[in-house]
Design a protein around this ligand. Sequence first.
Ligand code: AMP
Length: 194
Amino acid sequence: MRLLLLAPPGAGKGTQGERLAAWSGARHIAAGDLLRAQAQVDDPLGREIAACQARGDLVSDQIVIDVLTPAVVEAAAHGGYILDGFPRTLPQAHAAADLAARLGVTLDAAVYLHAPEAVLTQRLLDRAHQSGRSDDKADVIRHRLQVYAETTGPLVPYYDERGILVAVDADQPPDSVTADIQARLARLAGAPGR
Ligand code: AMP
């Protein structure tokens, strides 16, 4: 299975990504985690990524594509992938499509997790107590939600136009969200012509 999770910060894409990977046998590729790992390296690239993450800004498309591509190539050959947090911009979406074409694979669905902004903000503030993440602070959270709305939001119509958008209400307990996604994906798999 090859999926991507399109969701604002706090919608639960990390949790759902892990569950969907365990359920489907595909690999969970979390862009934020891979970038956070790279940010630990004390070199110019690591420092650049760490600074972007701490501000709540997106890391440049080229860096993200360079960091993510090897993981996607590897996963495509081993049961597929659940992309969590990539792509996040239209140029990244084009790069992901080009990469899939090069690998001779197609995306099964773009799962869009949505929830009201007040719910997302509260979840991120709650998580801040335990995450220790440099970007789980009130002002940075506000900025990340704004960056999402401006830059990642346009990917929703992009995938809808391609007929692969699966929109799921993320303002529910995690088990219900997982069940909804699985039911929708099962229907896709069973749909004629898929
Ligand atoms: P996340 O763990 O998905 O919330 O991502 C945390 C941070 O990592 C984001 O605020 C960005 O700074 C960076 N990041 C993650 N994925 C991407 C991406 N696809 N493009 C650019 N920056 C990203």
